[in-house]
Design a protein around this ligand. Structure first.
Ligand code: NAP
Length: 261
């Protein structure tokens, strides 16, 4: 019989109402974890219900990762209800692209609040119990954009994901001796509702935009949310127990291309 790789594990996935977070929540639930989906709107409860309706263990919590007090309260609730947190996936993120000269400070601050402070808040809330139990897996959803490559309009997004890289390495060093692994996933283009929204910026329909992006990728398609889910399961499982402080790219070969002369 197939043993489930995350049986009895308790996992929090942020920004899990849709997109990559949903893919990760579904993949972890399939592997037997108790998955707690954090999302800033009630839709997160519907996503959780659709997972639990198929017989897996999932529950949705309305939590905005930018609200440190709310995050702390929600994590305490999870600890009370499930007794522990084994896995945290910091996935919630926003990516408003805009030229640097036009970007209002409010947009800059919103990216810092979600993509950096959100990761900080959730990690801060779960780490003490992980240290106490001498076990934990923190998985940060970074990006190729910032840590490895970049694009016009992505100044603050790149800066935020570069920060996630540095945070991942520094924290990995601090908590390694406590049995906690801290790693980052760096996706390239993944077909999500958020990514599909990028078409409107260029005056294209979502389908036209996705098709155009796919043409430039060596595998001729975008990544699927369950493919990122599979990688997150690997990083949450015992198969990766000697991996920490790493950034793993999942992009269909997109960033290794040389421009032809
Ligand atoms: N898709 C890609 O191509 C790609 C590539 C590289 C990296 N990433 C990263 O992957 C992560 C997920 O991206 P995605 O494409 O799946 O995005 P998405 O389709 O927009 O989904 C993101 C989810 O996060 C939620 N969220 C946003 N801010 C939040 C907050 N403050 N508190 C709680 N939840 C919040 C959103 O809630 P609402 O439903 O309320 O908006 C949404 O459900 C992000 O960190 C992104 O930077 C994505």
């Amino acid at each position: 019989m197939h043993t489930q790789r995350l049986e009895d594990r308790v996992s929090i996935v942020t920004g899990a109402a849709r997109g990559i977070g949903e893919g990760i929540a579904r993949a972890m639930a399939r592997e037997g974890a108790n998955v707690i989906l954090f999302g800033r709107r009630d839709t997160v409860k519907e996503t959780a219900k659709s997972i639990s309706d198929s017989g897996q263990k999932a529950i949705g919590f309305k939590v905005d990762v930018t609200d440190a007090g709310g995050v702390e309260q929600a994590v305490q609730q999870v600890l009370k209800q499930f007794g522990k947190v084994d896995i945290l996936v910091n996935n919630a993120g926003i990516y408003p692209y805009m030229p640097f000269v036009e970007m209002p400070d409010e947009v800059r601050d919103s990216v810092i609040d979600v993509n950096i402070k959100g990761v900080w808040n959730c990690t801060k809330a779960v780490i003490p119990s992980m240290i106490k139990q001498k076990y934990g897996k923190i998985i940060n959803i970074s990006s190729v954009t910032g840590p490895m490559v970049s694009a016009k309009g992505a100044t603050i997004y790149s800066a935020s994901k570069g920060a996630v890289s540095g945070f991942t390495r520094a924290l990995a060093l601090e908590v390694a001796e406590h049995g906690i692994n801290v790693n980052a996933i760096c996706p390239g283009y993944v077909d999500t509702p958020g990514e599909r929204g990028g078409g409107s910026r260029l005056g294209m329909s979502a389908d036209e935009y996705i098709k155009k992006l796919a043409q430039g990728i060596p595998m001729k398609r975008l990544g699927a949310i369950d493919e990122v889910g599979d990688l997150a399961v690997f990083l949450a499982s015992e198969e990766s127990k000697y991996i920490t402080g790493a950034e793993i790219v999942i992009d269909g070969g997109n960033i290794i291309q040389e421009i032809k002369g």
